[in-house]
Design a protein around this ligand. Structure first.
Ligand code: PXP
Length: 255
């Protein structure tokens, strides 16, 4: 299997639900978007069931599990309510994220190092059901060490600071964030943890992430759903894949 084959794209469909909920009805249907994403080459679907149900709802998760054939990565807060929902629906993976009601989106990584025993209570029953555990963390050594101590299968590195630096046009900050992400990816892979990345990625920013050989998957939502308004989801996914592969091609070129 080539490194490009190992590179997966998870499509986050939360914002299809955001648009649906703006009118309170059933349309647009996020599960239809997930089916179209699967048909268009997505390797997985990501959905975040927030505690306030502001976008994805419980019934969406039930339908995603029943109707979509590619793996579901259920993003959720590390609470017993969410743990029990995951145990009921058995997604392929649970990505534990920090959640604050007042935030617009997930603003920082999970403080795994500061909360290991509470997290262990959430993680153990999920792992016992063969649900893969992913921890959404900032690219910091202490968080990776804590994730390893909890036997997390995956860490998803928060790319938000890198994407903000890119949006600000601050090339020095972009480089230091890329360096931080690369060091964290290498540390996690050395600890035997699968490495994913996500948050805020777009066509322009994804390549520097997939150029890191340890990155196995990127999860992308807001930009792809926005782009789909103009070009359609299949075309947005195809272009994202092209950008991902262009980044990945640098791995061989640099070695
Ligand atoms: N990965 C995680 C863990 C997230 O919380 C989010 C946002 O819900 C994403 C990926 C996708 O981020 P974006 O919508 O900015 O592409």
């Amino acid at each position: 299997m080539s490194v490009v084959d190992e590179l997966r794209l998870g499509v986050n469909i939360d914002h299809v639900a955001t648009v649906r909920n703006a009118r309170g009805g059933a349309l647009p249907d996020p599960v239809r978007a997930a089916a179209l994403a699967a048909h268009s080459g997505a390797d997985g679907i990501t959905a975040h069931l927030r505690e306030d149900r502001r976008h994805i709802r419980d019934a969406d998760i039930e339908r995603l599990v029943r109707e979509i054939e590619i793996p579901l990565n259920l993003e959720m807060a590390a609470t017993t309510e969410m743990r029990d929902i995951a145990l009921r629906h058995q997604p392929n993976a649970c990505c534990l994220v920090p959640e604050r009601r007042e935030e617009i989106t997930t603003e920082g990584g999970l403080n795994v190092a500061g909360d290991t025993s509470a997290l262990a209570n959430i993680i153990a029953p999920l792992k016992a059901q063969d649900i893969r555990i992913s921890l959404f963390i900032d690219p910091e050594a202490t968080q990776i060490e804590a994730a390893a101590s909890l036997r997390a299968d995956i860490v998803e590195l928060h790319t938000g600071a890198y994407c903000h630096a890119h949006a600000d046009g601050d090339t020095a900050r972009v480089q230091s964030e890329v360096d931080r992400l690369q060091a964290a990816a290498a540390l996690a892979a050395d600890a035997g943890i699968e490495v994913h990345a996500g948050h805020g990625l777009c066509f322009e920013t994804v390549g520097a992430i997939t150029a890191m050989p340890e990155i196995m998957e990127v999860n992308i939502g807001h930009f792809l759903i926005g782009e789909a308004l103009f070009t359609g989801l299949p075309s947005a996914i195809a272009e994202m894949r092209r950008c991902m592969n262009a980044g990945r091609a640098l791995v061989g070129a640099n070695s």
